[in-house]
Design a protein around this ligand. Structure first.
Ligand code: NAD
Length: 278
């Protein structure tokens, strides 16, 4: 029997690009997968696709920023599949209002230009949106679903961090800070829940060409932007990741092979975080 057979996996942001691929993989491994997403039809479509190939899945509309919504989702999942064994906190992302236009501030930027967002123009509401989505949006599902895990064996949480947790990426201070908080929280949770056997780890994907960052990394004609080129130049393996590149590490962290692994954030980045640039 597969080691993850019949485990109940809850995956937030499961209607999105990376997490839908993870949801498929967990279902292929025999998990019963609950796909939680703010976007109900995306969640249902992913569940439908899993069921169409013989897997077990439900799509559930849920907002990771609202405890009530998560509690309702948990009730539906508990009724259908039982209690949660694996929680993947995938909902997250950046917001343009937490992003500066330029990499470096220069004196001439003080002369106001309409199309320029400097550090001084960053909107605290945009920053707050990003911190909430990534950090509170991980904290609340942990609060709701770890209750299912207490007293059970083999339960685990997998958070989604990012490259910018190790060293901030230019232009995106809110997203960088929020993902650093996720890596830090992963360690905190790992220690906090160590006595009740819940392992807590994180994946730190490098650069994956997804809907959120496609406009930052590629031009309309498909060619790389300057930022896209810089990323490839700083990725020793010389390419963007494919969602499937996350699956081996996900499977390992979710299963008994990682039984003594807790509190780590694993870069899956083609060497980006190992390379100083020279
Ligand atoms: P995506 O936008 O395709 O998926 C995110 C999903 O989260 C969407 O389906 C969205 O509807 C859902 N969502 C948004 N707000 C929500 C909320 N309040 N409640 C519930 N669901 C909500 O993004 P992706 O590129 O697949 O990224 C998935 C995760 O991986 C995110 O945490 C992202 O920050 C992280 N990540 C992505 C990359 C990358 O290169 N794409 C790199 C590093 C980390």
């Amino acid at each position: 029997m597969n080691k993850l057979e019949n485990k109940v996996a809850v995956i937030t942001g499961g209607g999105g690009v990376l997490c839908s691929t993870m949801a498929h993989h967990l279902a292929d491994l025999g998990c019963k997968v609950a796909i939680l997403d703010l976007n109900k039809s995306n969640a249902e479509n992913v569940a439908q696709a899993i069921k169409a190939k013989g897997g077990e899945a439900i799509g559930v509309e849920a907002n990771v920023l609202k405890s009530d919504s998560l509690t309702q989702a948990k009730a539906a999942i508990n009724e259908m599949y039982g209690t949660c064994d694996i929680l993947v906190n995938g909902a997250g992302g950046n917001h343009p209002k937490g992003t500066t236009t330029k990499t470096h501030f220069e004196m001439e930027d003080l002369a106001k230009q309409e199309d320029l967002t400097t550090f001084f123009d960053l909107d605290p509401e945009g920053i707050k949106f990003v911190f909430d989505l990534n950090f509170i949006g991980t904290l609340l599902p942990c609060q709701i679903f770890t209750k299912d895990m207490l007293g059970k064996e083999g339960c685990t949480i997998i958070n989604i961090s990012s490259m910018n947790a190790f060293t901030p990426l230019t232009k995106i201070p809110a997203y960088s800070g929020a993902k650093a908080a996720i890596s830090n929280f992963t360690q905190w949770m790992a220690v906090h829940f160590s006595k009740v056997g819940i392992r807590v780890n994180a994946l730190a994907p490098g650069f994956f060409l997804t809907e959120q960052n496609r406009r930052l990394l590629t031009e309309e004609n498909g060619e790389l932007t300057a930022r896209g080129n810089t990323i490839i130049e700083h990725t020793p393996m010389g390419k963007f990741g494919e969602p499937e590149d996350l699956l081996g590490t996900l499977e390992w962290l979710a299963g008994p092979g990682a039984s003594f692994v807790t509190g780590v954030t694993i870069p899956i980045d083609g060497g980006f975080s190992a390379f100083s640039g020279v």
